[in-house]
Design a protein around this ligand. Structure first.
Ligand SMILES: Cc1ncc(C[n+]2csc(CCOP(=O)(O)OP(=O)(O)O)c2C)c(N)n1
Ligand code: SF4
Length: 295
């Protein structure tokens, strides 16, 4: 891999994250992953919502969109349906994906769209200066919760598996090699893939900043990623350290099935079955007129 090639994915704008932000490693791992896959700059589309994490596509030279808070998934699905020939990657935060964007997440996972969602989980809303997010620990004192967060955290991976995603991975922003591997594995997958990235905020938050020693690799420990019970167990352990500072955190491929119905395959099938049936958009609109629709 050459640096020149990697740099060709960057558009020249200096990332506007705080010095030492864990997101720098994610950006670097993602561009290196594109490079190693041999993807052209116009051969991938990276879409985000709003947040520090969602700034990522702003620094890229690829196709991309910086959409509205919570709405990267509808835009990504549209992009994917319009251009099924190139991969679509979403970069989002725990606030963007799991608060205002939660319904989109559940249904995109359920329909198993062929997109890769990278969620940078710093367990707060960082851009708006330290409010609690759905993944913040119980008791977390954010800027608007001086008496501490009163509810339990939502587990991203559990929600994805329960909703119908066909691949779920977990990694940590502290390990670029592992991040890159997870991005690559997720992009190789046909269907909805989530990469949950543990990515502490350096400026806000009192989460432990050095968790690298507590990570353990699922695949090196014989984890069965195609078994739902094992996957749910591995997914559940991510926040154990909220009550036990020494608890291990499993990373790697948490869940993966290749036999789940993928929306994109269904679109291809219907398109093939109806090839040549319509010569213009008006033919389709005519078919949908009330008089022609079966009641
Ligand atoms: C509709 C709407 N509601 C609220 C906001 C304010 N807002 C901007 S970013 C953000 C939270 C971002 O949190 P997260 O997605 O976790 O990203 P982070 O900044 O932590 O990386 C919020 C609430 C907004 N921009 N638009
Ligand atoms: S506020 Fe936190 S998440 Fe946002 S850029 Fe700074 S260190 Fe990164």
């Amino acid at each position: 891999m050459s640096d020149t090639r990697q740099n060709s994915y960057m558009n020249g704008y200096a990332p506007s994250w705080c010095p030492g932000c864990s997101y720098f490693n994610v950006l670097s791992a993602l561009t290196e992953c594109f490079d190693e896959r041999g993807i052209a700059e116009n051969g991938v589309c990276v879409i985000s919502g709003i947040g520090c994490s969602s700034r990522l596509p702003l620094f890229l030279n690829t196709y991309g969109m910086h959409t509205l808070h919570g709405r990267p998934l509808p835009a990504a699905i549209g992009a994917r349906l319009a251009r099924p020939d190139i991969p679509v990657v979403v970069t989002t935060g725990d606030g963007d994906l799991l608060s205002i964007g939660a319904a989109h997440f559940v249904h995109a996972a359920r329909k198993n769209f062929d997109i890769t969602v990278i969620c940078l989980d710093n367990r707060i809303y960082a851009m708006t200066k330290n409010q609690t997010s759905p993944t913040s620990p119980i008791g977390y004192q954010g800027s608007l919760t001086p008496y501490g967060k009163l509810s339990a955290p939502l587990n991203i991976s559990e929600l994805a598996i329960g909703s119908g995603a066909s691949m779920v991975c977990r990694s940590c922003a502290c390990d670029k090699t592992h991040l890159k591997k997870m991005f690559d594995d997720a992009m190789n997958h046909r269907g909805f893939s989530l990469v949950e990235v543990i990515a502490p905020c350096r400026t806000f938050g009192n989460q432990q900043k050095d968790i690298s020693e507590r990570l353990y690799d699922l695949q090196a420990n014989g984890h069965q990623a195609d078994d739902k019970e094992s996957a749910m167990r591995a997914a559940a352990h991510v926040y154990d350290s909220d009550s036990d500072a020494n608890a291990g955190i499993p990373v790697g491929v948490v869940w993966k099935r290749d036999d789940m119905l993928c929306f994109d395959d269904q679109v291809e099938r219907v398109a093939a079955e109806n090839k040549g049936k319509y010569s213009s958009i008006n033919d389709i609109l005519d078919e949908l007129r009330p008089d022609n629709v079966n009641r």
